[in-house]
Design a protein around this ligand. Structure first.
Ligand code: LP5
Ligand code: MN
Length: 247
């Protein structure tokens, strides 16, 4: 019995090493799982569910195959794939989760989320997030032809590219008081998230003197990163990329 959690793969056609590692994981490992949770930033950027490229089709197919084999798949939007929507869910059989979701894993309550909303000191990002999450704006954007949306995204990306360099690492990490608030609001002693690319298990005692655990998932930049949860516990593991992509 095991459940997998992954996030921050940043899948893109220009990184076939990551994509292959993901496909191998889906075919050989996820297929044995009780469930798979993708906690955001599966894609480097997702322009819309109308993406008909071979690349997008191949990723959708990986989920279709997994769901067809009886493995429930859950997906939380990240800051790079906040435009994954109901059409993607319908086409693949993946279930879209809310921004913050409470789940039960082998009797343990856990709050799961992408993690960007925990970084409350990154006020510039949060203001940007609020803008692009406006339902009316997404409604309009989703109706623009794909090739034009692609150009808009590239323009916004290049406009804001340098902004991240000016931020301190502290600003881009989670705010502890926000972590504790979200855990308290959801009455969970375990939190699982990604986004910060700082894989770790943080154990701490909250203001009510309760033992709490926050598990941060790793990214897939230099290796695959997987959280494996069993009824006996959990472990952050890595998966190697195939040698054939490296000299
Ligand atoms: O993922 P990572 O770690 O690299 O960076 C994130 C934050 N960056 C982002 C940016 C997105 O990936 C790029 C999005 C392009 C979107 C195009 C949208 C098209 C319109 C869609 C309409 C429905 O998420 C980064 C964080 C970092 O995580 C750590 O938490 O710091 O945040 C930024 O760098 C954002 C800047 O600070 C914000 C700059 C404001 C610019 C305002 C432009 C307004 C454009 C409005 C578009 C309609
Ligand atoms: Mn992210």
């Amino acid at each position: 019995m095991k459940t997998y959690f992954i996030s921050d793969l940043h899948l893109t056609p220009s990184r076939p090493d990551i994509t292959e590692c993901f496909f191998t994981f889906m075919k050989n490992e996820a297929v044995e799982a009780d469930a798979l949770y993708v906690l955001g930033d599966l894609f480097e950027f997702w322009i819309g569910d109308d993406d008909t490229s071979d690349f997008a089709k191949s990723i959708r197919q990986a989920f279709i195959d997994l769901v067809a084999q009886g493995v429930p798949c859950y997906f939380t939007q990240g800051n790079r794939d906040f435009l994954v929507g109901n059409r993607f869910a319908k086409q693949t059989g993946v279930k879209l989760l809310d921004e913050v979701e409470v789940i039960d894993i082998y009797g343990q309550k856990a709050v799961v989320l992408h993690g960007d909303t925990l970084c409350t000191e990154d006020v510039k990002y949060l203001a940007f997030r609020e803008k692009v999450h406006q339902p009316w704006l997404q409604w309009v954007f989703n109706r623009i032809p794909f090739f034009i949306k692609k150009k808009i995204v590239s323009k916004v990306q290049s406009d804001i590219k340098d902004d991240k360099q000016t931020k301190s690492l502290d600003i881009m990490d989670v705010t502890q008081s926000e972590v504790e608030k979200v855990m308290k609001d959801n009455q969970a002693d375990l939190m699982i998230h990604g986004h910060t690319h700082r894989p770790n298990v943080h154990r701490f005692t909250n203001a009510e003197n309760q033992e709490q655990t926050r598990v941060v998932l790793g990214d897939w930049y230099t290796q695959g990163s997987v959280l494996v949860v069993t009824p006996d516990g959990f472990e952050l593991q890595s998966r190697k990329f195939s040698n054939r992509f490296h000299n």
